[in-house]
Design a protein around this ligand. Structure first.
Ligand code: ACO
Length: 347
């Protein structure tokens, strides 16, 4: 008898008769903009440095007392329900991927449901940093495929401005705030989520994390004074892992699904850095005109980047478009998905 496959290489491709499909997408970006020029007045940086090293020109910032991630998530979900003529009572499950929950508890998913009038269903948060949306999509897919749910909403939302040190030029220029939401239902035309892969390596923690505020180092006056409640990132180390893992997971998905670059219509990459996106596309053999890019105008919105890309490009998407989602983030976590788009986005 041969060796059993390890968890890492186990074939989890979708073979069940019910396929989950993304049937709608909506997004929300708060109205206030923070430009590179404004950041250059706050820290020692320049529009030229930020543009050249990251591709970012501006990002949206959520302002307003008492407004947390749930505000943006609820706006995205409200728009999604309206656009699809879906009543809140018809939703079976809501999952929110976020690294910046309103509270340690309850979950932001619970709050979003309350804000949009969705009652008495399961709702919970997923924490996988920038890979959170694909993690949540993976969970939602299981609920649809096994028949436990028929309408699932997956939200990716982050208010990164709430954990950024606006005196640290190495991190404050990178991130923005925003939310995206997708509706997931059983496919009616065979298109949908065909393959998903999620991965992690907790040894990456020292390179990208928030030092205080959790159970290991609860908040004190000292942790606040030492500025430990902000994103800590060793950019160059994270960059190396991000390039390697984003390409690796995309190529693995291509191999598993017998996809060559000619057969792919879109790469939908997490938007952390334009250079990481270009390197991933290059290693996949994909030209940049088949890669979704929003980082120039939204920055890195963590769990929201992929649904915001889908929302931004929706009018250009056609039924049957083949696309790969790929993400890398804190943890480390990384994830990929192979999707054939279920509807004409222009309609
Ligand atoms: N303006 C001007 N100079 C700066 C800035 C800035 N905003 N930020 C850093 N620098 C300086 C540094 O101090 C350093 O100066 P030194 O050489 O005098 O020490 C120099 O620029 C080079 O710094 P690096 O960090 O090596 O710059 P790099 O080219 O790597 O770019 C960046 C930094 C953009 C952060 C890049 O490393 C990156 O994109 N990393 C990966 C980000 C990522 O993928 N994160 C994961 C997802 S996020 C999540 O999960 C929450």
């Amino acid at each position: 008898m041969g060796k059993a496959p390890s968890v890492k290489t186990a074939d989890t491709r979708r073979t069940k008769p019910v396929r989950a499909a993304i049937t709608a997408v909506h997004g929300y970006l708060p109205p206030d903009l923070l430009t590179n020029t404004e950041l250059a007045e706050m820290v020692d940086t320049s529009d030229a440095w930020i543009t050249e090293r990251t591709g970012i020109k501006e990002r949206h910032i959520l302002k307003g007392k008492g407004l947390g991630t749930s505000h943006m998530g609820a706006e995205a979900v409200r728009g999604l329900l309206q656009k699809t003529n879906t009543a809140p009572k018809d939703i079976d499950l809501l999952i929110c991927a976020t690294t910046t929950p309103d509270f340690v508890f309850p979950s932001t998913a619970n709050l979003i449901c309350d804000m949009v009038g969705i009652r008495n269903i399961g709702s919970f948060d997923v924490q996988a940093a920038c890979s959170g949306f694909i993690y949540a999509l993976t969970i939602a897919t299981q609920f649809i495929e096994n028949g436990a749910a028929r309408k699932v909403i997956v939200v990716g939302a982050d208010k990164m401005s709430s954990i950024l040190d606006y005196t640290d030029r190495a991190t404050c220029v990178l991130f923005g705030d925003g939310a995206g939401a997708v509706l997931i239902e059983p496919s009616k035309n065979g298109h949908g989520i065909r393959d998903v892969l999620i991965r992690s390596d907790g040894a990456g923690m020292p390179h990208l994390h928030q030092k205080a505020g959790g159970s290991r180092m609860p908040p004190t006056a000292e942790t606040v004074a030492q500025r430990l409640h902000f994103v800590h990132q060793e950019g160059a180390a994270v960059y190396k892992f991000a390039v390697a893992r984003m390409a690796e997971i995309s190529l693995e998905i291509m191999l598993r699904n017998k996809l060559n670059p000619d057969k792919l219509d879109w790469l939908v990459p997490h938007q952390a850095n334009k250079r990481i996106i270009e390197a991933t596309a290059d290693r996949m053999g994909l030209p940049m005109d088949r890669v979704m890019v929003t980082i120039n105008k939204f920055g890195n919105t963590t769990a929201a980047t992929i649904p915001l890309c889908l929302w931004d490009y929706e009018p250009r998407l056609k039924e049957g478009d083949r696309m790969i989602f790929a993400a890398f983030g804190g943890g480390f976590t990384w994830a990929g998905a192979y999707v054939t788009w279920a509807y004409d986005g222009a309609r």
